[in-house]
Design a protein around this ligand. Structure first.
Ligand SMILES: [Fe+2]
Length: 311
């Protein structure tokens, strides 16, 4: 990271909020899980106390089959959101219009509370690298991503929700810290933000900045979802592996995020070493209890039918 960016990190203060932005805020859904095939039957048999599910869009962009049949039954019972990994919003390649059509088709079926993807690129020149790749935080890149977000929002007929990714390299060309880039992006496009608490921890650790500078640099009224996940500690760096329970240092950052952002729909991602549903429910209960400690208990009751505002 270049020195001017570090200077900005030290000087960052909480960004301000605006009341008109709060009026169309999506609902607070409570405490959810990522929907995984290993848990389909337990969910349908047990109706577990999960407030909502996050559905991985690409897994259901097919014309039929068991996953879609399971999904149909689950969306009848639980509020859902859609989360994708293939939008490649920051790429210089043209959008995959079939993919955007597929998102719209799936959205008609799921009726998601919102649709999210990542602030990253995943490929170029027809090559999909199947990874969430970092971008330089330059004014030129910002203009580019702003125009792409506007396009996607037109195509989807709704505001997009974008997630910060975990990163392992940075660009000397960056002209601003990540949180300033994200703040400008949401200000100029109206997109919502998915604040991945673990990703902030991972990137801050790997690049040697203060995770609280990131947290305080994001406009509080734009964050509508938290991700929590486990990472792997490699000693002098950490990797966002989603194969462990959430680590204690990430729970600490989650508490700080709750203080700053208020009641925000929270879910846990687990993509490898997936444990039984009961274990995920225990971990989710821990998130509920931390939120009740940090916030007034009445503020952590889900209300999927209504909009809510941050404390
Ligand atoms: Fe995430």
């Amino acid at each position: 990271m270049s020195d001017p960016v570090r200077q900005k990190a030290k000087a960052s203060k909480p960004a301000s909020t605006t009341t008109e932005q709060l009026e169309d805020r999506p609902p607070f859904l409570g405490f959810g899980l990522g929907l995984r095939a290993q848990h389909y039957q337990d969910i349908l048999d047990g109706n577990p106390e999960v407030d909502w599910f996050e559905v991985l869009s690409e897994n259901y962009m097919v014309p039929g089959g068991r996953p879609l049949a399971m999904l149909d039954r689950i969306v009848e019972r639980y509020p859902c959101v859609m989360h994708g990994v293939s939008l490649s919003i920051a790429s210089t390649a043209a959008f995959d219009e079939d993919y955007l059509d597929g998102l719209n088709t799936l959205a008609k079926r799921v009726q998601p509370k919102w649709i999210s993807d990542h602030l990253c690129w995943t490929g170029v020149h027809g090559v999909n690298l199947h990874d969430l790749l970092p971008i330089p935080y330059t004014r030129e890149a910002l203009d580019h991503v702003v125009s792409r977000v506007h396009y996607v929002q037109e195509r989807l007929g709704r505001q997009l929700c974008l997630e910060n990714v975990s990163t392992y390299v940075q660009f000397d060309q960056s002209e601003m810290p990540e949180w300033e880039f994200i703040s400008e992006l949401t200000r100029r496009t109206g997109c919502w933000l998915l604040f991945d608490v673990n990703n902030v921890f991972v990137s801050a650790f790997n690049h040697g900045y203060d995770a609280l500078a990131f947290l305080n640099g994001i406009p509080a009224d734009r964050v509508i979802q938290f991700h929590l996940a486990g990472h792997s500690d490699m000693g002098n760096y950490v990797v966002d592996t989603h194969d462990h329970p959430v680590r204690e240092e990430v729970w600490d950052l989650y508490k700080a995020a709750l203080k700053r952002f208020g009641p925000v729909s929270t879910m846990i991602e687990r993509d490898d070493n997936i444990p039984p549903l009961a274990d995920m429910l225990d971990e989710l209960q821990h998130a509920r209890e931390l939120a009740a400690e940090v916030l007034e208990p009445k503020n952590v009751a889900p209300n999927p039918a209504k909009t809510t505002t941050n404390a």
